[in-house]
Design a protein around this ligand. Sequence first.
Ligand code: AMP
Length: 292
Amino acid sequence: MITPQTKAELREALADARRQGKRIGLVPTMGYFHEGHLSLMRRGREDCDVVVVSLFVNPTQFGPAEDLDSYPRDEDSDTRLASLEGVDVLWMPTTEELYPEGFATVVEVDAGLTGVLDGAPDRRGPSHFRGVTTIVAKLFNCVQPDVAYFGRKDAQQALVIERMTRDLDFPIEIEVLPTIREPGGLAMSSRNAYLSESERGRALALSRALEAAEEGARGGETSTAALVDLAAEVLRNAGIEPEYVEARDAADLSPVATLNGRPVLLAVAAQVGEARLIDNVVIDPDQTAREA
Ligand code: AMP
C-alpha cells in the first residue's frame, strides 16, 4: 500500500493504472476505521483493480459547535487496517493541500435534499452538506474513480452525493452499502468512541426505536406519524430526547403521511453524551408484505 500526501503524488500513483484502463474504486472517509469503513474497502477490493481510500477530516462539514478538534484520529491504526484489507492507495491529504489560500468555490445540492433532517441548526448548521458535496466533488476530481463507495448509515449523505454525481455528470458509479452494526444493534460510527459504557447502553435505543417502528409497519400500521411515535417512545423510555425522528420518502426525502407503496426512510438523530448519533432504516412495503 502506498500513502501519497499531495495531489501530484496521488495522480502519479494512479497514472499507470488509469492508462491501462484499470477499474479504480474510491472509499472516502474521515478515518478512525471500524467495520463499516472496512466493509466498503472489502467491496472495493472485490469489484476493482485498484482501491483508493481517502482519509481527510473535512473541516467544512463540521458545524460551529461540532467536534472538529476532538474528532477521533488514529493514523497508525488506520494505515494498518487499510493495508490488511488490501487497499492499494491510502491518501491522507493535509487541509492546506485541499483548501489552499484563496479557496472560494462550493458545490451545493438544493435544499429539498439538504435542508431537511437538519436537527438542531445551531449545532450542525445548514452548511454541513455544502461541505460534504464540495469535498466529495474535489475527491472525485483528484482520484477520478470509476466507482465510489458510501454507507447507508449516512442515508441522506448518500442521496445528496448521488444527486450531485448525476447533476454534475461525474462519470462515476455510486455504490451504497448496508449499515454495519455492533452485536447489540448500535450502528458503528467513529463517534461511538465518545460513549461511556453506560451511554453505549443508552445509545442502543436508537436502533431499538427504529426496530419498533419497523415492527409496527410489519403489524399493519401505515400512518408514518404512528410509526414515528412508536420510535419516539422507545427513545423517551431510554431518556433520549431526539433531534429528530422522521419518516420521509427514501428516494427524494419528501414528507410521507402513510406508507404508500414506496420505500420510506425512517431516520433518527440524537445526542448521547458527547456523541451526536444518527441511524436509519428503510421500510420497504414489498419486503414488509413478504415478511408478514
Ligand atoms: P466517515 O468516516 O464517518 O465519514 O464514513 C466514511 C464512509 O463510511 C461513509 O460513506 C459512511 O456512510 C460509511 N460508514 C460509516 N459508518 C458506517 C457503518 N456503520 N456501516 C456502513 N458504512 C458506514
